[in-house]
Design a protein. Structure first.
Length: 402
C-alpha cells in the first residue's frame, strides 16, 4: 500500500470510514486487481452565502465528515456505481451514463461521467463506491466532496495525471449542467486548500484564497436539522439569481462599470432605492451587506476578535431571513435560542441545503450542554426531535492505491 496525502491518516472517523468503505466495496463488486481510494471532507460556508454569482468573497471551513470513493477497473468496460450515505443508498449498472439516474445530493453522477467521457479522459469501465458519512443537511459541501473523491479516485486508477485545478474545473463543469448559476466554486477551493482548525477566505473575482490557521481549534461545529425537506430549493435559488440580475441591469443605468453586485456600495444603493422595486432592493441589500459582513469578519479574525465574528453570523441569518426571504419560523427558533446559550459564538441557517438546517460555532467545553438544551426546547415547542451532528474543523485530502 502506498499513501500520498496532504493529511496523514490520523483522523479516527476517516480511518474507520475507509475500512468500512473497503469492506462494502469488496462485498458489492468482488473486484479483482488494484483498487484506489480517495477521500475529501465536506465544506461549509460560514459567511458569504449567495454572493458567489456576483464574484463574491466567502469564508468557509471544512468538517470531519467525509466522502470516500473506492474504485477498480472492469474487464468488460461496464460502469457499476454504488452510493452509500446517511440519507440514501442506491446502485446502478450503466453503459449510458448520460442517462444515469444515480443521484448524489444535488448532483446526477451521469453528468460527471459524461464530462469525463466527452473530453476523452475516461475510456474504460469501472466499479466505484461512494461511501459517505456527510449528512445532506450540511449543504452543497456534500456535493463538492463527493464529486472530488469520485474524479480523484478515477484519476488515480486510470492515471489521468490531472492537477488539482483540472479536477476542480471538471467537477464544476458537471455541477453546472445540473445546477447552473447555483454552482459554487468556493466549496472546491475550500476543500482542496483547507487545513485543520482553519477558516479559508475565497475571493471568486480574483480566484484567490487565504488561510486563517488554528482559528477553530477551541470550537466545535454543531449542525442541527429537523428532517424537513425544502420544496424545490433550486427554484428558490434561481429566482434569487434572476432578481439580482434584474437589480444589476437597473443600477447600470446610473453608474458606469458595474459588472455585478460586488461593485455596488451601500451608499450608492441608498441613493437609488427609488429606481428599484422593493423586492429587488431587498435582494441587492442582502448581497451588498453580506459582502460588508465578510470584509468585517476578516478584520475581526485577523485581530482575534472572534466574538465579533460570531455576531456577524447572527446578522447574516437575519439578512437571509428578512432580505433574501430564505428560512422559516422553525429555523429562526433554533438560531434565536442558540443566541441565548452560553458558549455559542454564532449561528445561522444553511441556505443551500435540501433539509432545513442550522450551523453553530460553539466552545468545545459547552457543546454537549448546548445540544441538550436546544434539543429539549425544540422538542417542547414542536413535539418533534431535532437532529444534531458534532464536527471539528478538518483539512486535507487523502488518496491510497492498494
Amino acid at each position: 500500500m502506498s499513501i500520498t496525502s496532504k493529511n496523514i491518516l490520523t483522523n479516527p472517523e476517516l480511518k474507520k470510514l475507509i475500512r468500512d468503505a473497503k469492506k462494502i466495496f469488496n462485498a458489492k463488486f468482488q473486484a479483482k486487481g488494484n483498487s484506489c481510494i480517495s477521500a475529501f471532507p465536506a465544506s461549509l460556508i460560514l459567511l458569504g452565502d449567495h454572493t458567489h454569482y456576483n464574484d463574491g468573497i466567502m469564508l468557509l471551513t471544512t468538517a470531519n465528515a467525509f466522502s470516500v470513493a473506492v474504485c477498480s477497473a472492469t474487464e468488460d468496460g461496464q460502469i457499476n456505481i454504488a452510493v452509500e450515505s446517511p440519507d440514501f443508498s442506491v446502485s446502478e449498472n450503466s453503459n449510458n451514463p448520460a442517462e444515469s439516474s444515480i443521484k448524489c445530493g444535488n448532483l446526477y453522477l451521469g453528468n460527471l461521467i459524461s464530462v469525463l467521457k466527452n473530453k476523452g479522459i475516461l475510456k474504460k469501465g469501472f466499479n466505484l463506491l461512494l461511501y459517505s458519512n456527510i449528512p445532506q443537511s450540511i449543504g452543497m459541501g456534500f456535493v463538492a466532496a463527493n464529486q472530488l473523491s469520485f474524479v480523484d479516485a478515477l484519476s488515480q486508477l486510470f492515471e489521468f495525471k490531472l492537477t488539482s485545478d483540472e479536477i476542480l474545473q471538471l467537477c464544476l463543469e458537471a455541477e453546472k449542467l445540473y445546477l447552473g448559476k447555483m454552482s459554487n466554486p468556493s466549496h472546491y477551493y475550500a476543500i482542496l486548500n483547507s487545513e485543520p482548525s482553519s477558516i479559508i477566505k475565497v475571493d471568486l473575482r480574483f480566484k484567490t484564497f487565504k488561510l486563517y490557521r488554528d482559528i477553530l481549534k477551541d470550537y466545535k461545529l454543531l449542525l442541527f436539522d429537523n428532517s424537513n425537506e425544502i420544496p424545490n430549493p433550486r427554484k428558490i435559488c434561481n429566482e434569487r439569481i434572476e432578481e439580482c440580475t434584474i437589480g444589476v441591469q437597473a443600477l447600470r443605468l446610473y453608474i458606469w462599470g458595474i459588472k455585478n453586485l460586488r461593485d455596488v456600495s451601500l451608499e450608492f444603493l441608498a441613493r437609488h432605492t427609488h429606481v428599484i422595486p422593493n423586492l429587488i432592493y431587498k435582494r441587492i441589500l442582502y448581497t451588498v451587506k453580506e459582502k460588508i459582513r465578510v470584509e468585517t469578519a476578516t478584520e475581526y479574525i485577523e485581530n482575534t476578535y472572534f466574538n465579533g465574528f460570531g455576531k456577524l453570523l447572527f446578522e447574516s441569518h437575519e439578512g437571509l431571513r428578512n432580505d433574501y426571504d430564505i428560512g422559516n419560523e422553525r429555523l429562526d427558533m433554533i438560531v434565536n435560542t442558540l443566541a441565548k446559550e452560553t458558549g455559542v459564538i454564532g449561528a445561522k441557517i444553511i441556505s443551500c441545503s435540501n433539509i432545513e438546517s442550522v450551523i453553530c460555532i460553539a466552545r468545545k467545553k459547552d457543546a454537549s450542554k448546548i445540544i441538550a438544551s436546544i434539543s429539549e426546547k425544540y422538542s417542547d415547542k414542536y413535539s418533534f426531535k431535532l437532529n444534531y451532528h458534532i464536527f471539528t474543523s478538518f483539512g486535507g485530502s487523502t488518496n491510497l492505491k492498494i
